[in-house]
Design a protein around this ligand. Structure first.
Ligand code: GLC
Length: 522
């Protein structure tokens, strides 16, 4: 063990993502809230996480469940009040848990006063969003400025009858994109971020951060063929509506602002082209490792099958492409994707323990998604149960994101301990609740997935090599992932058998049994 002087919490700690609507309903309306999160801090401290990231809790019309912000410096009444937030921040800090907010910089709600002003060409905000004239088509018809498609369906351009111009929205029409080429926008947004930093929040997750700047000439994207998803949006190579070089300059300035505040950090959501594994794109947003984002998500890991070889290759690539001083992070589930327990494990706890061990012993900052520690699964949604605009659009081909956003399963009883039994939760609970998939059931079973997560989290705190050590992959059978972590003369050896069959152990003659996890320290 070394002293804590070089401890950087965001490098060595574990971040737990909370989808506030679904964590715990303290107010009794069927939707989770800030007071609910506060009530569960003891649990999070017991579990052993170092930070919580809250999906947006700002004032919002909720067309995209908070990712359409109307006021960046106020709390939505659905989640509580600013006093509730202050109390949460305080109570979390008292338990040494940091608080990360989710900042949406790419777009606002169409009901944000900035957009209302921009629409009406008021208060010098004409140019705060991306407005463009119609092109003239055959016979004088009106044509959109280019071929960009919205991620939530249709064209990314909507016509404004007042201005007689199109405005851009890469998501819903109610989520107009800001014009980051206008320095006033940057100034205003940075000031919103500073509001929270002054309050003492510990950092931000930056929503679709590689989208913020668009091509200055608004050129059309080239087409490409992508077979796995029905959206026309995915049949484009997003060359001109993402990843523009100016984004890096914005992030450098954001970093400079953030660095004034002690130990704060940013993690960026980076989407390269859908379905394409491009860890190098994510890595570029770390700049030289110290001048842009602190961390960037690489969603390659979310695209993998349950295979030791696939994970090894993806991890090796991720480590290889990082800048020398850059730090990796890892994630297996989030509020936009199918949960790993469903996608990769088919509900198998044995497989989930392998993934838990992998996530918490690799090099880099792990991100957990609420409920992952008890093996929550995607819930099949009937059309009438859907809330997510994406699901409503593509059901039944794609159910959208509701399946991975169901209420946390605290107790095996009606309402799941998430809300009172006679309250209707905002999304239905998963049936696995009745099969012991709840915090209370697993807390009394030392063999549970929950205990597996907890003991790994505790182990990380007592073994420096797991947080700051280097990592060497060892030669092994293709179904086995084996690696050593070393730091200051101490080492951990991690061997994971991804197969249900017996496989040779790379270290000694004792074969591994199906799905065996070997974790040894020296
Ligand atoms: C990000 C969020 C997602 C949201 C979208 C638009 O991808 O994770 O939930 O819908 O941005 O803000």
């Amino acid at each position: 063990m070394t002293g804590q002087e070089d401890y950087l919490w965001w490098k060595h700690g574990v971040v737990y993502q909370i989808y506030p609507r679904s964590f715990y309903d303290a107010s009794g309306d069927g939707t989770g809230d800030l007071a609910g999160i506060c009530a569960k801090l003891e649990y999070l401290a017991w579990l052993g996480v170092d930070a919580i990231w809250l999906s947006p809790v700002f004032d919002s019309p909720m067309r995209d469940f908070g990712y359409d912000v109307r006021n960046y410096t106020d709390i939505d009444p659905l989640f509580g009040t600013m006093e509730d937030f202050d109390r949460l921040l305080d109570e979390a800090h008292r338990r040494n848990i940091r608080v990360i907010l989710d900042l949406v910089l790419n777009h606002t709600s169409d009901l944000h006063p900035w957009f209302i002003d921009s629409r009406l060409r008021r208060s010098g905000r004409d140019d705060w969003y991306i407005w463009a004239d119609a092109k003239r088509g055959v016979g004088g018809t009106r044509r959109r400025p280019n071929n960009w498609r919205a991620a939530f369906g249709g064209s990314a351009w909507s016509w404004d009858t007042g201005r007689k111009q199109y405005y851009l929205h890469l998501f819903l029409p109610q989520q107009p994109d800001l014009n980051w080429r206008n320095p006033e926008v940057e100034k205003a947004m940075f000031s919103e971020a500073r509001f929270w930093l002054e309050k003492g929040v510990d950092g931000f997750r930056l929503d679709v951060i590689n989208y913020i700047v668009k091509d200055a000439r608004l050129r059309s994207n080239p087409y490409r063929i992508h077979r796995t998803f029905p959206r026309r949006h995915d049949q484009q190579n997003h060359m001109y509506d993402r990843n523009q070089p100016e984004t890096h300059s914005v992030l450098k300035r954001f970093r400079t602002m953030l660095d004034v505040y002690h130990e704060t950090f940013t993690v960026g959501e980076i989407y390269p082209n859908e379905g394409v594994r491009e860890p190098a794109t994510s890595a570029r947003y770390l700049g030289d490792g110290e001048d842009e984002l602190h961390l960037a998500f690489d969603f390659s890991l979310l695209e993998l099958p349950f295979s030791a070889t696939a994970f090894r290759q993806a991890l090796e690539t991720w480590y290889r492409v990082l800048p020398e001083r850059g730090w990796p992070c890892h994630v297996l589930s989030n509020h936009d994707k199918s949960r790993a327990m469903t996608r990769l494990c088919g509900g198998s706890v044995e497989k989930a323990k392998i993934l838990a061990t992998l996530l918490l012993t690799q090099r880099g900052t792990p991100f957990m998604y609420y409920g992952e520690e008890i093996g929550m699964q995607d819930r099949f949604m009937k059309k009438s149960e859907l809330q997510d605009p994406l699901g409503k659009l593509y059901w039944p081909l794609f159910q959208g994101r509701d399946p991975a956003r169901t209420p946390m399963q605290w107790e095996t009883r009606r309402g799941g301990g998430f809300c009172a039994g006679d309250t209707v939760p905002w999304l239905p609970l998963h049936e696995s609740l009745w099969k012991g998939c709840s915090v209370s059931e697993q807390q009394s079973d030392p063999d549970s997935l929950l205990f597996c997560y907890r003991s790994l989290l505790l182990r990380r705190r007592s073994r420096d090599e797991l947080t700051r050590g280097n990592l060497t992959f060892l030669p092994s059978h293709p179904d086995v992932l084996a690696y050593r972590r070393e730091y200051a003369g101490e080492a951990s050896l991690i061997i994971l058998n991804f197969s249900k069959y017996q496989r040779p152990c790379p270290e000694d003659g004792n074969d591994l049994t199906g799905y065996e996890i070997r974790l040894t320290e020296s």
